[in-house]
Every structure is written in structure tokens, then in C-alpha cells.
Design a binder for this molecule. Structure first.
Ligand code: MG
Length: 372
């Protein structure tokens, strides 16, 4: 039922979105047919389903780079996700892309992360090596298509084809011959800008790196020039904070300038026309080069810092131990994972169970069943 005072989703999008955006009326729909709603478009509905899922809530208990015992300042997987969503929506609005789709994709993008971040992923990949490994991006699709049980009529969240296909390009970049939707590209670009900035911020705050080291990096020099050009008088703390938001600002500005030049040049008249192009939303030129240098620094000085490596090794060992115990004693798992094993095999089902755990729930399970 459409109320007379309400603009339809299609009308609203036609007046706001660019022709090259993914319009809701062009969606390929869902695997299980559902009635459309008059007050919410398909991608808004996806976003809401993601936000209401158990897997999404658990992101608050999953680490991004730094663990819970390192304090409360740094990002969790959930706050990282919010920051990505915020920046991706900024890009989408400026470029007149479909913000609802971008938000759904962003809120969904890390939903498959196991406990203990990439260490958890590596451990599960080793445990499941004989079964084809483990990828958190793939596991996000498993959550969306099989594991979440919110509706009686279908398994999973029954998300639109566009959100699932967007996530699938994260699993395998060469999965499609044509380019991903511009909305998917915007989220990808936002993800990397976000973690570059917040990992620097967190590492500084935790004392893993010193500001003097950062000042050697081209990206930080670019930020310093911008701050100097504004002429503000800043104390040490304010100055460091200004560096972090300038780091985001100069990347967003670079991406938007580059993309809007391309949009003027190509004049795509539909989302599918844009997908035929090799163009990619991302940083270019001096900023892209400086970003690479910054990421190498993060990799060498932060992600491989002794404090991080120690946590990683411990988490990996513990995940492998709990995995082995659960494969030996599957009855420890909730009944639905015992049943799930009938479809996907026991090792994979154990992997799916562990991957869904928060860091703290994992530790409880480890204490209860391994380290007695
Ligand atoms: Mg991410």
C-alpha cells in the first residue's frame, strides 16, 4: 500500500541518484521472493537485516588489530565497520551513488571475521587446509545464506543479489569479468582509508609507534603541509589528532576529485555502463604512492610489532587446540552445528562455529574444554 504523501522509492532515487548509480528498481532481487515494502527500498531492508543479525552484534566483541586487554580506546571490529560505513556514505553522497546499498555493503563487509582478527582467520585456514581453507569474506556469505536464522520462510538473511555479489568480489577479485558496481568500489576504497587512519591513531595511542617515526612518512608530511596552510595554533595532542583527520580528509578529497573527473569524462548512462569500464574508485598520484608507503610502515611496524605477534601466536595455538577438541567431541557444540555438520562435514561445521565466536566467548570455551 502506497500512501499518497509518500514518494515512491523509485521516484526518490530518480531525483537524487546519478544515472550510473545502482537504482533499487533495477535490483536482481532475492533468492527467495518476498513482497516489496512501500516505505523501504530493497537495500534499506538489507541494511536493516544486517544490523539486526546476531553476527553483526558480535562484531562488538571481535578485535580489529588490538585486543581487549590493551585498553578501551582502540577500534573493535564493530567501530571499524561504522567508520567504513560513514566514509563510504560520504563518498556515495558526493558521487550520487546509492547510499542505502553502500551502507548495507559496508555494514556487511567484515561480518565474517573470526575471533582474533587475521590471526583467527589464519588459524582456521590451517585447520581447514584439507577442506579448502577458510576465508572471512567467504564466511560472510555463509552467514548471510545459511547460518543466520531470522525468518521461517528461508535460511539466512535473503539479501539482495547486489549485496551478495559485492561481497563475492571481496572473496575473489577476478570473480566477474566486468567491474564491480561503483557502490562496491566506494566501500572498498573507504575500508582501506579507514584502517590506514585508525590503525595509525590506535598504534600512536598505544605507544607502539612514536610520532617522530610517522613524520618520516610522505603521507604524514602531506598532512603536515595542509595543517600548516590552515595556520592553526595546535598543542601536541591536538596536532596529532589533526594529523589523523587530515589523513582521512586528503584521501577522501583525492578519491572524489579523481572519480568526478572520470565521471565527467565517461558520461556513463547506467550502472551497467559503468561496470564495462576499467575505471576504479581509489586514490591516485602522489596520495596513492604515499598511501602505499604508509601501509608498508603499518605492516612492518604495527602489524608485526612484538606485542601483536605474541597475541597472534597465542590465539592461533588456542584456536587450533579448540578446533581439535570440537572435532573429537562435536556434542560440545550447539545442536544446530552438529546438524550443520551433516551438510558441510564436521571440520567445516566446527570452523563455522568457531568463526562466529567473539574473542571473549572463544576464551571461555577454550578454558572450559581445552585448558582445564
Ligand atoms: Mg574492513
Amino acid at each position: 500500500m502506497t500512501h499518497n504523501n509518500l514518494q515512491t522509492i523509485a521516484e526518490r532515487e530518480a531525483s537524487i541518484l546519478a544515472p550510473y548509480a545502482m537504482h533499487s528498481s533495477d535490483t536482481l532481487g532475492r533468492r527467495y521472493d518476498e513482497q516489496q515494502q512501500s516505505y523501504r527500498g530493497p537495500f534499506q531492508r538489507d541494511r536493516d537485516r544486517i544490523v539486526h543479525s546476531a553476527a553483526y552484534r558480535r562484531l562488538s566483541g571481535k578485535m580489529q588489530v588490538f585486543t581487549g586487554d590493551m585498553g578501551d580506546y582502540h577500534r573493535t571490529r564493530l567501530t571499524h565497520t561504522h567508520e567504513v560505513s560513514s566514509i563510504a556514505r560520504t563518498l556515495a553522497r558526493a558521487l550520487r551513488l546509492n547510499e542505502d546499498l553502500v551502507e548495507a555493503l559496508a555494514l556487511f563487509h567484515d561480518i565474517g571475521h573470526p575471533p582474533f582478527g587475521h590471526a583467527g582467520e589464519d588459524a582456521l585456514a590451517e585447520c581447514l587446509a584439507a577442506e579448502g581453507g577458510f576465508s572471512h569474506n567467504q564466511y560472510a556469505l555463509t552467514i548471510a545464506e545459511q547460518l543466520e536464522t531470522r525468518h521461517q520462510h528461508f535460511p539466512g538473511l535473503n539479501l539482495t543479489e547486489e549485496v551478495l555479489a559485492g561481497q563475492a568480489t571481496r572473496v575473489d577479485k577476478s570473480a566477474t569479468e566486468i567491474s564491480p558496481l561503483l557502490e562496491v568500489q566506494a566501500v572498498e576504497a573507504a575500508d582501506s582509508m579507514t584502517y590506514d587512519a585508525h590503525d595509525i591513531d590506535d598504534a600512536l595511542k598505544l605507544g607502539l609507534v612514536k610520532f617522530a617515526e610517522l613524520e618520516q612518512l610522505d603521507m604524514i608530511k602531506i598532512c603536515q603541509q595542509q595543517i600548516a596552510s590552515r595556520g592553526d595554533e595546535l598543542g601536541e595532542r591536538e596536532y596529532q589528532r589533526a594529523i589523523i583527520h587530515t589523513l582521512l580528509d586528503c584521501q577522501v578529497t583525492n578519491v572524489l576529485e579523481h572519480t568526478s573527473t572520470a565521471l565527467t569524462q565517461f558520461q556513463w548512462d547506467s550502472a551497467s555502463a559503468a561496470r564495462q569500464s576499467d575505471f576504479r574508485i581509489g586514490t591516485v598520484g602522489e596520495i596513492a604512492k604515499a598511501k602505499k608507503q604508509l601501509e608498508l610502515f603499518l605492516y612492518e611496524r604495527v602489524y608485526r610489532h612484538v606485542a601483536i605477534v605474541k597475541t597472534r601466536e597465542l590465539a592461533q595455538r588456542q584456536i587450533q587446540q579448540l578446533f581439535a577438541v570440537l572435532v573429537e567431541n562435536p556434542e560440545i557444540m550447539p545442536a544446530r552445528f552438529v546438524e550443520h555438520a551433516e551438510q558441510v562435514g564436521l571440520p567445516r561445521s566446527v570452523g563455522h562455529y568457531i568463526a562466529g565466536m567473539t574473542d571473549r566467548f572463544f576464551e571461555q570455551q577454550f578454558l572450559a574444554h581445552v585448558s582445564q
